[in-house]
Every structure is written in C-alpha cells, then in structure tokens.
Design a protein around this ligand. Sequence first.
Ligand SMILES: NC(=O)C1=CN([C@@H]2O[C@H](COP(=O)(O)OP(=O)(O)OC[C@H]3O[C@@H](n4cnc5c(N)ncnc54)[C@H](O)[C@@H]3O)[C@@H](O)[C@H]2O)[C@H](O)CC1
Ligand code: K
Length: 496
Amino acid sequence: MKILTPSQLHKADQYTIEHQKISSWELMERASLAAVEKIKAILKAPKPVTVLAGSGNNGGDGLAIAFHLDQLGYEVEVLVLKYTTEYSKDCKINFDRLQAKTEIKVEEFTEDSNIESLNFKPVIIDAVFGIGLNRALPEFVEKVIKKANHAQALRIAIDVPSGLFLSKLTPPQSIVFEADYTLTFQCPKLNFFLPDYGNALGKIQVIDIGLDKSFINKLDSDFEFVNKKYIDGFYKVRHRFSHKGDYGHLLVAGGQYGIMGSVSLTAKAALKSGVGKVTVLSPQCGVEILQHSVPEAMVIPSDDIEQVSPKHLNFKPSNICIGMGLGQSKLAVKSLTYFIRLSKQPILIDADGLNILSKNKNLFEDLPDQSILTPHQGELKRLIGEWGDQYDKLDKMKKFSRQYNIILVSKDAYTFTVYDDQVYINSTGNSGLATAGSGDALAGIISSFLCQNYSPLESSILGVYIHGKAADFYTTSNSELSLTASDVINCLGKTL
Ligand SMILES: NC(=O)C1=CN([C@@H]2O[C@H](COP(=O)(O)OP(=O)(O)OC[C@H]3O[C@@H](n4cnc5c(N)ncnc54)[C@H](O)[C@@H]3O)[C@@H](O)[C@H]2O)[C@H](O)CC1
Ligand SMILES: [K+]
C-alpha cells in the first residue's frame, strides 16, 4: 500500500471528486460513515461520546460522525474548537445538519473559553486536525488536547492524531492527542511509523474511502506499507511434486561457547520457514547441543572448540547466514571474512557479524550484491553512523544501501527494509518481539526465503512480515510480554 503525502492525498481527493462526479461533502460523508463502522466495532456497544471537532474538514468528519452516532442511538456531545474564523464549506454543512436534525449539545470553544469547566464522556473522538495541520497548535487547542489526554477515556483519532505533523517532524515536547486507535483514511502516513510520536497512534486502522486507484497508482512514493495484499503479490505457492532440493540448502555460521542458542534459533526458524536443508557450522562445543536442539539440521564442527573458524565445505550452500553468537574475536573476523569471500550469492549478516563489518569497512567491497544486513538500532548506528532526526536517518539508510548495493533491514517497532531508495514499512509484529533471540529467528527466516529463490528484497520483506505475523498470532491468546523467540518460531506455521 503506497504511503502518500498530504498534498498527494489532497490531489487524490480532487481527482476522485471530479471523476466519480461526487461532491467533496459526499466524499466526507463516505469517509465518516466508514469511520462510524470502525467505531461501532471498537466500542462493541453504544457508549457516551465526546466529539472534539475542528473547523476544517477533519472537523467536518467529526460532525458527520457525531450525527451518525446520534442516529444510531449513541449519547453524543460535540465540542467545536473554532481555531479559524470561518468553518470550511463541508464542515459548515455538517454543523448546520447537527443543529437542524439532532438534539446534540454543540459547544463552540475559542481561545476565550474557560477550559476548567471542560469534562469528557468515556469515549473521546479527535476530529480537530487531520492532514491539514501546518503549524503549531493554537494554545487553547493544546490545552483541550492535553486535558483529553489525561481524561479516563478511550481515545479515537480520526485520520491523524491532532498535533502530529505529517509534512515535517513534529517538534519535541509537542502536544499530540494520545490515541488508543487511529482511523486513518486511504493509507497510513509516514510519520505514524517514526519513534518520535509513534506511541500516540495506538492501533492504526486504515479505511479505504475509495479514492481513485488509477490516479493513486500513478503517484510516486518512496514508501510502501507492507500488508498481506502486498505479500500476496509475490508469495509462492508450493507444488506437490517438489523435493527439498527445490528449497535450497542454507549454511548458518555462528555461535560460541555459552551462546549456542542463537544459531539453534536461526536454524530452527529457517527450517520452519520452508528451507530444504540447513547445515550449521558450529564450534565443537556446540555440536551436541545443536544435534539435540535441532535434529533436522546437519552440523559441521569448527576447527576450534569454542568458536567458529573458516572451514572448507564439502557442499555448496545456496546461501549463507552468519553472525549470530559469532563474537568479535580475531578468529570471528577471519571467519566472517572467509565466508563473505567464499559466497558468490547474497549473504545475510546479523548481530556480531554486523559489528565486525562496522569495524572492518573494507569488507563491504567483498559483499556479494544485494546481501542483506539486519541491524537493530544500535548496530545500525555503528554501521551508518549517528543520525540527526528521523528524516536524516532515512536518508542515511538509503545512501548506505545504495553505496554498497545491499538490503538494509532496520529492526524497530516498525521494521524498515531499505533498498534502491525504496522503504518498505512492515505492518506486523508487536512489542513482544523486543526479546532475546528474536533477531536470530528473523535472520533464519529471511535466509530461508533466500534459499527458496525469492529475491533478496522479497526475502527480507516476506521474512520481516511473517516474523511479525507469527508474533501477532501468539499474542491473540497470550500477553506480549510473555512472547519468546521460540514462540515466534512455533507460530510460523500459522502465518501464511
Ligand atoms: N482523502 C481524504 O483523506 C479525505 C479527508 N477528509 C478529511 O479532511 C481532512 C483534511 O482537511 P483540511 O481542512 O485540509 O485540514 P484539517 O482539517 O486537518 O485542518 C483544518 C485547517 O486548519 C488550518 N490550520 C492548519 N494548522 C493550523 C493551526 N495550527 N492552527 C490553526 N489553523 C490551522 C488549515 O487551513 C487547515 O486546512 C483530513 O484529515 C480528513 O479528516 C475528508 O473528510 C474526506 C476525504
Ligand atoms: K484528528
């Protein structure tokens, strides 16, 4: 799903209005009715609602939502935060409709209003600002939002949590509506996925309001929101008449004394993601552990008891995955160098392998094209250097990926896969993934798809997607904090 900018969305609005021969008010009504359906599903039963409405079209949405909730028997009150002298055309239509057709109490708030008397119902709907916010919130609006954020209420933002900027980064310490749910129209917005105010979004639900698809398809965007529809576009169905040779042979190289679980998780995750065969190059101390923990994997003992060492292989791996538990000793550096130079296919480098790369940048020249690096944020900083703000970080990631022709999987609350100036933002996963071994499992999953003839970019996008999907499956019946990397692996079979 393309991630569009506010100006692209405005253009799509206009095009749709002209080509579907509808009025802007009808488009607003369509959007608002769709939002009401989502609100009903979230609330499950009517609850008293306070609608905070602005005087622009986001406010117009809010007034339409108030009207339709009232028609459904909800107890609704409306607070209009009149931050412009005039209502937008469509907002005014909805304002007049409320006055004419309902008994709803509509209170107009301006900068001279007394905020102390303000109370909220158990559900607060934020329709104050949407994609049109272009400067700091008026002070009186800030005060109302701050009070709403402290109220004992369920908070639902319409289109964008008010106070969040979309066309630039929101200044630190800004007041932003802290939504439990954000119901956003047509596509998510890039700033939703940046850590600065990412927690203000709550659960994001995208509402397709029928903007003209042919127009949207022609729009350029560097950002793709990866959902199931996107995955279905390249996911391969297996054929009955196939054999394990069709699904590749992965070499996993890593582990050291006391950290054998890392490669065990990687090997298991690779097997649970469909690779044909896995061989682990393991320190001698880990051979028995691996034979017990992952009987489906073959094991080659390193020449060293406690660490991996360069090793002549008696088979040609389809792809190599290296780094987890590798350590950063001289021998580890030698091993990484050896396998980077041995591999003619894209190689996946994770964990200590990345830290070694950061300290031996000469190795980048030897990386096969479209190799995959899977750093968490600390490892990313060591790879690409410190960044200023989040936009600077995005630029640095794109530049790094282009400079070395590699796929960069930046693991975070929303994992960004970066290649060829495109950024693929994953839609699955949850906070439970912030747990030991989660990255080892991801490395195995992505490597597994590499061996199954997905392109390195597809392998990365698909691997990140099902890694998060497995975590989401687990947390449908378990808490996020109880999630372990083994749970992710055990749930992989539930993902596609
Ligand atoms: N295709 C869609 O996504 C549709 C979206 N709809 C809704 O329309 C809003 C966007 O409406 P717009 O009037 O452009 O902007 P806002 O309502 O977000 O802002 C109101 C207005 O206020 C002015 N303004 C901006 N910043 C400030 C400020 N800090 N202080 C005072 N005034 C400010 C500016 O002029 C804005 O225009 C979108 O989010 C959806 O909710 C349609 O309903 C359906 C199609
Ligand atoms: K809003």
